[in-house]
Design a protein around this ligand. Structure first.
Ligand code: ZN
Length: 249
């Protein structure tokens, strides 16, 4: 009897404080799938330690109002929605207080994307170019007082990644707060494809939404930095506060 009670008490104490749904695809660029698999392992571990519910899924049709109503945070690991229904459900979710964490290719957009709302949501930047092959890079903290960066050094070496540069830079949007920027000391970066200069925000939030974009997400080295892992972990409770107060959903 005592054992049963103990079990019941423990189970109650570890009720998940919020629910996270992480979308990914298996049939995309191999290096992006590698990242998605590592991210699922990383966030599953974080979820156990910090008592939130983390569900990975490849079913992008779960981007619908009925399913999203159960989740405080949506993650896109290596892809984005491609049907009008999925996109419309995501817009509704975000416009009514939903949370989003996007990595790397999740924010990719060009003249073929045909989703103007999404470009505005990201802060206005259209994909302009990237380095190749993936390389580590020094990144600079823009605001050391921000909750997500206050425990990071002023700059650190971010593991090997394919870095994207956007035009216009999201920084030019007054609603965007940039948290990490690629240090100009990295330029020129790349061998086959080279970025020679320009403003390259790496992590930012559009303050009109509960959202965060991180350009990291290419290959199997992303979780090799304990410093960066702190940021990757803290992004979750920052976006979906475990205090119990809901911002809409
Ligand atoms: Zn990539």
């Amino acid at each position: 009897m005592a054992l049963v009670l103990l079990f019941a008490t423990t189970a109650h104490a570890q009720q998940p404080t919020f629910h996270v749904l992480a979308f990914y695809s298996e049939a995309v660029e191999h290096d992006h799938v590698d990242f998605a698999h590592q991210a699922i392992a990383f966030y599953s571990s974080v979820a156990r330690r910090r008592h939130f519910d983390f569900t990975p899924t490849t079913r992008w049709d779960d981007l619908n109002a009925a399913t999203l109503a159960h989740y405080q945070l949506v993650i896109w690991l290596d892809d984005q929605p491609h049907t009008p229904q999925q996109r419309a459900a995501f817009e509704q979710y975000m416009e009514h207080g939903g949370g989003w964490l996007g990595f790397h290719i999740a924010a990719y957009n060009d003249s073929d994307t045909h989703w103007p709302w999404f470009v505005r949501f990201l802060g206005g930047g259209v994909f302009y170019g990237n380095n190749w092959p993936p390389l580590p890079a020094e990144v600079i903290v823009d605001d050391p007082t921000h909750p997500l960066t206050k425990n990071l050094p002023k700059s650190f070496l971010s593991p090997s990644n394919e870095w994207y540069i956007w035009k216009p830079s999201p920084r030019l949007n007054q609603d965007v707060k940039v948290l990490l920027t690629l240090s100009p000391s990295n330029y020129p970066i790349g061998l086959k494809d080279t970025i020679v200069g320009g403003d390259l925000p790496v992590v930012w939030t559009n303050t009109r939404y509960r959202m965060l974009y991180l350009n990291m997400g290419h290959g199997d080295k992303i979780f090799a930095s304990n410093i960066q892992n702190r940021l990757l972990e803290e992004a979750i409770p920052w976006l979906a506060p475990p205090s119990g107060h809901s911002r809409g959903y």
